[in-house]
Design a protein around this ligand. Structure first.
Ligand SMILES: NC(=O)c1ccc[n+]([C@@H]2O[C@H](COP(=O)([O-])OP(=O)(O)OC[C@H]3O[C@@H](n4cnc5c(N)ncnc54)[C@H](O)[C@@H]3O)[C@@H](O)[C@H]2O)c1
Length: 254
């Protein structure tokens, strides 16, 4: 990988949401190593600042609840003020770590509404604010983090899986509407990853089952996913849009 001023993101500006979590942190670091100035955001203010401490000077931390219009407005206003442009948006934030497995018969309608609506808003609201600056520059890259669970039909996670299925479908609409503006919109679908969030809400037996199902028989890592996101965020991927790139060791083929 070519890094820094010679990297393929040199001179570009990227936003990574959900940057307090393990995956968001890895994605932000990767884009920064490739030369981008990176804005981090997360509703977890302390975690967002902790990620910023790991990165260099060309980083901006904007703690915000991005499921609200006020939070999303604050992020994009600060990015415009500090950097004056926007090239890459990675919508990685989601209700995930706090989602507890529940059989579908016991899912309360309000919980379905909460998870479905929040995870869809965490994509829609940033995308609505990103297209203006990207279009004015002649284009950009949007990458939405969905989940391999929409292929596997993960038991006990109906609201979460439905929300990621919604984002998968939204990605296609966004790609169709944004293509004429030079903006590509794709999704990345990780299989179960050994992040702190997943280790906290997934029993060890599920990790064992996943390893047994995969042709690449090991745990997935944030580094596996960053490679896919880095490709879709790069200037050279301009003819790839509306796609879902599955990063799951082959647990399911798509
Ligand atoms: N870890 C896995 O096994 C796995 C597998 C497939 C997909 N994913 C997806 O990858 C992404 C990151 O996963 P992770 O393992 O790092 O989990 P994580 O829970 O640590 O990261 C999600 C981040 O989103 C933030 N967030 C939640 N609501 C927000 C809001 N309203 N505004 C701003 N930020 C908000 C959280 O604070 C958290 O830091 C998520 O979208 C998750 O659904 C994870």
């Amino acid at each position: 990988m070519v890094t820094g001023a010679e990297g393929r993101q040199a001179g570009r500006v990227a936003i990574v949401t959900g940057a307090a979590g393990d995956l968001g942190r890895a994605l932000a670091r990767r884009l920064e190593r490739e030369g981008a100035s990176v804005a981090l955001s997360d509703v977890d203010a302390a975690g967002c600042e902790a990620t910023a401490q790991l990165l260099g000077d060309a980083v901006l931390a904007v703690p915000a609840d991005l499921s609200t219009e006020a939070g999303a407005d604050a992020l994009f206003a600060e990015v415009a003020d500090r950097f004056g442009r926007l090239d890459v948006l990675v919508n990685n934030a989601a209700l995930f770590a706090t989602v507890r497995p529940t059989p579908f018969q016991e899912v309360a309608p309000g919980e379905l509404d909460r998870v479905l609506s929040t995870n869809a808003r965490l994509v829609l609201l940033p995308c609505q604010r990103a297209v203006g600056p990207m279009a004015r520059q002649g284009g950009g890259r949007i990458v939405n983090v969905v989940s391999g669970s929409i292929l596997a039909g993960a038991a006990g996670l109906l609201p979460y899986v439905a929300s990621k299925g919604a984002v998968f479908a939204m990605t296609r609409v966004l790609a169709t509407e944004c293509g004429p503006l030079g903006i590509t919109v794709n999704s990345v679908a990780p299989g179960l990853l050994a992040t702190a969030a997943a280790l906290g809400n997934t029993p060890p037996a599920a990790f064992e089952q996943q390893r047994a199902r995969r042709p690449v028989a090991r745990d997935g890592t944030p580094e596996d996913v960053e490679e896919a996101v880095a490709f879709l965020a790069a200037p050279g991927s301009s003819f790839v849009t509306g796609q879902m790139l599955v990063v799951n060791g082959g647990a399911q083929y798509w």
